[in-house]
Design a protein around this ligand. Structure first.
Ligand SMILES: [Fe+2]
Length: 363
């Protein structure tokens, strides 16, 4: 994400750019040709199953998608032409997973290692764009095209100097302008590659615009911004601020949504409300306070009772003492509300949440 952070700081910090720079593929004169992906490995025709099943499938899909996006960035860095056809089965697989469960794949893509951030961010935004398109009741064809736009939205970063992206420290104005140019570089790259999707071109160019006209590169506002660009802005920022990276604390989905809803002028309110609905009242991984004055992590999102998910309790809110983690139902111990980890002294909450999710989600 560029432009803003949950803490309200403008612009990029050095850590975010370290991610992007380190994401640059190692130089290889003759990279191996891309593997052919089967529909079986991509789970395109799989039947809906449990959340745990879908998370397992999503892990495999995300791994294949990450590798394909990495190859695509590498192709561009080596001066080869972008092959959109290589990405189509990936978009279809991500769409199939999102259609079976709108939250399984996003829960997998939130965990990003240092060197793979840019690629997994592209996969994540693709999944979120498709899920949002479904929630907005857009057609299947349109949703697939929007997914491709999400997968390609940051492709211009392949044309940004790796040293600049890898810079350890704040960016000066000139450097920041160069980095912001990834939008225009991406648009040009897609256009010159013969990408016919107007949506992909539009999202690539305008995903950093704001509805108040304060974004970049064009500073166009609500009246001129397409719905697809507004969807891109929401999905891009949400994934950036909720991404779990080793050195950078992230926000829980609930906290990120609260912050996004509280800002004015950045996001289209209607798109954001729909996005919140899509992620559920208490998205998986949210930190919540229960009536019993215990803190817990949300484990699932039951479609029939979205306000009463199962959770994993782990902390006594009154004493701040850790509890032996255990699965609990909120039908008998209601959720009082979403909480922010930092307010409870949980400065290093991410490893705790991920461990609890890995151990208890889908059990
Ligand atoms: Fe971007």
């Amino acid at each position: 994400m560029e432009g803003s952070t949950p803490s309200g700081q403008g612009g990029l910090n050095a850590g975010e750019w370290r991610d992007l720079g380190s994401a640059a593929p190692a130089a290889k004169p003759n990279p191996a040709p891309p593997r052919r992906l089967s529909t079986t490995r991509l789970h395109i025709n799989a039947r809906p199953g449990s959340l745990a099943q879908e998370r397992d499938r999503a892990r495999e899909i995300v791994g294949l998608a990450r590798d394909t996006v990495t190859e695509t960035f590498s192709d561009i860095r080596f001066g080869r032409k972008l092959q959109a056809a290589k990405l189509e089965p990936i978009v279809a697989a991500i769409a199939a997973s999102v259609n079976r469960s709108p939250t399984a794949l996003p829960s997998v893509t939130r965990i990003k290692l240092h060197h793979e951030y840019t690629y997994l961010h592209s996969v994540a935004v693709c999944g979120l764009m498709i899920a949002l398109g479904n929630e907005l009741r857009l057609s299947h064809e349109l949703t697939q095209e929007i997914g491709l736009a999400g997968l390609l939205h940051d492709i211009g970063k392949a044309r940004i100097d790796a040293d600049l992206l890898d810079k350890n420290g704040p960016l000066d104005l000139e450097e920041y302008a160069l980095v912001q140019a990834h939008t225009l570089r991406g648009y040009e790259l897609l256009r010159d590659s013969g990408i016919e999707s107007e949506i992909a071109l539009d999202v690539c160019l305008h995903h950093h615009e704001r509805i108040d006209g304060g974004g970049y590169p064009s500073g166009i506002s609500q009246e001129t911004l397409s719905i697809h660009a507004r969807m891109g802005a929401v999905c891009d920022v949400y994934d950036a601020v909720t991404s779990n990276r080793p050195y950078k604390p992230s926000w829980s989905p609930g906290a990120a949504l609260d912050w996004m809803m509280s800002t004015s002028g950045h996001f289209d309110p209607r798109v954001l409300r729909t996005f919140r609905t899509l992620l559920g009242v208490f998205p998986v991984g949210s930190l919540v306070l229960l009536e019993s004055q215990r803190l817990a992590v949300v484990l699932d999102e039951p479609a029939e009772s979205p306000t009463s998910p199962d959770v994993c309790v782990f902390l006594d809110a009154a004493t701040r003492q850790q509890l032996a983690p255990m699965r609990a139902s909120t039908r008998s111990d209601a959720i009082l509300g979403l909480e922010v980890a930092a307010n409870w002294g949980l400065a290093d909450f991410e490893p705790i949440r991920e461990r609890l999710l890995l151990e208890f989600a889908g059990a």
